[in-house]
Design a protein around this ligand. Structure first.
Ligand code: GTP
Length: 291
């Protein structure tokens, strides 16, 4: 049989469960997951390899109306992933009140086959799920609608089989041992950012960026230095906390996650730096890896 390969875009509103699904499909913790919306800021590839096929999943930022240059970059990444897609998985939350207008707009003009995934059905009842499935069937006439729970791994295998069935014939796009297009520095910064999303409230997570300033790989130990960037002095104080206690918590959890991810001891040091309004400044966004 000819080799098959393709790009599969996972798109949807913030908090729908896109990153949870991608991790379930790929079987690795590629994308950070937090209870807060807009956790994912970059398009992240997760690659599944088999002798006969290669699936390149893209986890994408949740679709929103942009308020900052940062959001514009996030939405460009969604657009790019839709253009590239051989197949689109639209993830919707069972709770969503039929308010996916922004998402549907992005899909206009795309020719790629589409499957709608009604996620979080573990928290719902049969009747609600049935109504949702019918709604999407009628609204978009997709190739398929799946009721899934990305978190509880319900029906994820059915989605996987659907994806494999719909892959075009194509040689592999990446090396057959590649799992992602991202490097260790990226994952290290994401693990710190995940803790910032988990430990702080209100605007703090959204005003924060994490930059890895040094990553020294050792045989027994990785030495990692990071800067946590915030927009104001007041935010810097909150990040650090009384007697540095908050930063210590972030560091402890992030280091633990890194040690699990890299399977190595990690020495982590972090500094907090203020760059006023970095989210609106193109030069900083570029420097931080947002195109
Ligand atoms: N109950 C339940 N919760 C889920 C399920 N899938 C995801 N979640 C939760 O929903 C929240 C958001 O999940 P993410 O995977 O980060 O969502 P996302 O769509 O990537 O979010 P953004 O980064 O904002 O675009 C997390 O708290 C997940 O644990 C599910 O199937 N059932």
């Amino acid at each position: 049989m000819a080799h098959r390969a393709g790009f599969v875009s996972i798109i949807g509103k913030p908090n729908a469960g896109k990153s949870t699904l991608m991790n379930a499909l790929v079987g690795e913790k590629m994308s950070i997951i937090t209870p807060k919306a807009q956790t994912t800021r970059h398009r992240i590839l997760g690659i599944v390899n088999d002798e006969d096929y290669q699936i390149v999943f893209s986890d994408t930022p949740g679709i929103i109306k942009p308020h900052y240059a940062l959001h514009e970059s996030m939405m460009h990444q969604v657009d790019g992933s839709i253009v590239d897609a051989d197949l689109i998985l639209l993830v919707t939350d069972i709770y969503e009140e039929y308010d996916e207008g922004d998402v549907l707009k992005k899909l206009e003009g795309s020719q790629a086959p589409l499957a709608v995934l009604v996620n979080k059905v573990d928290q719902s009842d049969e009747e609600t799920v049935k109504a949702k499935i019918e709604y999407w069937q009628e609204k978009l006439n997709p190739k398929a609608v799946f009721a899934i729970s990305a978190l509880k791994d319900y029906n994820v295998l059915a989605v996987m089989n659907f994806v494999i069935e719909h892959l075009p014939e194509h040689p592999a796009y990446y090396e057959k041992d590649a799992l992602t297009d991202r490097n260790d520095r990226f994952f290290a910064s994401e693990m710190i950012r995940a803790q910032v999303f988990k430990q702080y409230k209100k605007e703090i997570p959204y005003s924060t960026e994490v930059i890895i300033t040094a990553f020294v790989e050792g045989e027994k130990l990785h030495r990692i230095s990071a800067e946590i960037i915030v927009e104001r002095d007041s935010q810097k104080n909150i990040i650090i906390g009384k007697n540095g206690e908050m930063l210590k918590i972030v560091g402890t959890y992030a280091r633990r996650d890194m040690e699990e991810f890299f399977q190595k001891k990690v020495f982590l040091e972090m500094f907090v730096k203020v760059i006023p309004d970095w989210r609106s400044k193109k030069n900083y966004l570029k420097q931080f890896g947002y195109e």
